[in-house]
Design a protein around this ligand. Structure first.
Ligand code: AMP
Length: 400
């Protein structure tokens, strides 16, 4: 059925269901509650970060059809907060009459790196040079096209650098293949990037579109560490990112929020080396990956923009117009990983005494190393000043 025929905008008082129950669902739930919407969550967890805020927490496996149907019947619209929800769950939700946004087909493309990359190539968007690999002999062949060094990534269920292995030279092939358990994978050329950037955009059902400022991300151990908003890049780079994002949203017919992660190549010559065979000529951006939902690199929008990325998710799911993405103040976001809890609960005193630093904790019981437990957002007169304060605030926690 065409989206247009199904149009109904959901006013406050309606109930939204979110598949997944982590911090992204939690921040969506907070916005939903602020705006007078009901919110239900579904995941295999109990007392989850989202469930602590939601009106109802459904607990069940994503492939438990009866439970998923009961959840879908309890809400007016469905969305998701991470892409590894089986698309069957989205299909079941739709069959129960709930609006599913973004569409299950988009979820399906985004949850597998190979499907995602071939979708991007079909859309004419520039990606790293890649080849799909399903055996060691495929891997040997792929290396001939992609070159070395390269990164082997499992096609499914990879996030925060999990399921990745760098291959420096020919001797590393077998080891990398074994390290990833011989699973269907993607071999990507290692990109010599200048910066990692990302862009969060929202697109409504009427095709209305708005982009936040382009931001810079820095990773540690493949996990996002900090985001600086806006990124310090030339205006042409921002224009290129926005135009690629529009192209992607139009191609997908997306209704929702999407984050696009880019590698900024140091020069046009470098882009010719990396991108010519897979994408558009002449640009400096390659798409690393997309996430059809709010993203860690967009958390700063809660304090730093007129409309947060979570309100945009709610707005697009409910068929309301897209809100203003205007940035109110330069901002920096600093992640708080479980490692900070190695001597018990950190002492929050010093951080809380910084007037322009905002603490977010996700209500997770167990602090494991590498687990995202919270973040700090700082707004300031410049993004560099915001970052300095954010890093100092986190350093004080490390000393505590
Ligand atoms: P991903 O899970 O694909 O987002 O990868 C996590 C991080 O690994 C990225 O943010 C980059 O810092 C790094 N990375 C991933 N793919 C590549 C690549 N092809 N070339 C260079 N660095 C990469």
């Amino acid at each position: 059925m065409l989206e247009r025929e199904r149009h109904r905008s959901l006013a406050p008082g309606s109930t939204i269901g979110v598949f997944g129950s982590g911090q992204l669902g939690r921040m969506l739930a907070m916005e939903a509650r602020r705006m007078g919407y009901g919110i239900h969550t579904y995941s295999p967890e109990r007392n989850s970060p989202t469930g602590q805020i939601a009106d109802r927490e459904f607990t069940g496996a994503y492939d438990d059809a009866a439970s998923v149907r009961a959840f879908a019947r309890s809400v007016d619209a469905l969305t998701f907060e991470f892409e590894n929800v089986p698309s069957l769950a989205a299909d079941l939700g739709e069959a129960e009459g709930a609006l599913v946004r973004p569409a299950g087909a988009i979820l399906y493309a985004a949850q597998n790196r190979l499907r995602e990359k071939s979708m991007l190539s079909k859309a004419g968007l520039p990606t790293t040079t890649y080849r799909g690999v399903s055996s060691l002999s495929d891997l040997r062949e792929a290396v001939q096209c992609v070159g070395l060094p390269a990164i082997l990534k499992t096609a499914a269920f990879g996030y925060d650098g999990k399921g990745q292995c760098r291959i420096a030279d020919d001797r590393g092939l077998e080891g990398a293949w074994d390290a990833l358990g011989g699973q269907p994978s993607v071999l990507e050329a290692e990109v010599n990037f200048e910066k990692e950037l990302s862009l969060v955009v929202a697109r409504g059902e009427a095709g209305d579109f708005a982009a936040y400022p382009l931001v810079e991300n820095r990773h540690v151990n493949h996990i996002l560490d900090i985001t600086v908003a806006p990124a310090e890049v030339q205006p042409e780079v921002c224009a290129e990112a926005e135009s690629l994002a529009r192209q992607l949203c139009e191609f997908l017919g997306l209704i929702g929020v999407v984050c696009i992660e880019f590698f900024l190549l140091p020069s046009l010559r470098e882009s010719a080396r990396n991108g010519v065979s897979e994408g558009r000529k002449g640009g400096r951006l390659l798409i690393n990956e997309i996430a059809p939902r709010p993203h860690n690199s967009g958390h700063w929008t809660i304090e730093g923009a007129v409309t947060s990325q979570f309100e945009q998710q709610l707005r697009t799911v409910c068929g309301l117009g897209v809100g203003s993405t205007e940035q109110l103040r330069p901002a920096a976001m600093v992640n708080l990983l479980g490692d900070l809890w190695h001597r018990g609960e950190p002492d929050w005193q010093e951080l809380l005494s910084i007037a322009n630093a905002k603490l977010h904790l996700y209500g997770k019981g167990e602090a494991r190393p590498g687990r995202k437990m919270g973040h700090i957002t700082v707004t300031a007169a410049t993004a560099a000043a915001a970052l300095e304060t954010g890093l100092a605030a986190r350093a004080a926690l490390k000393r505590s």
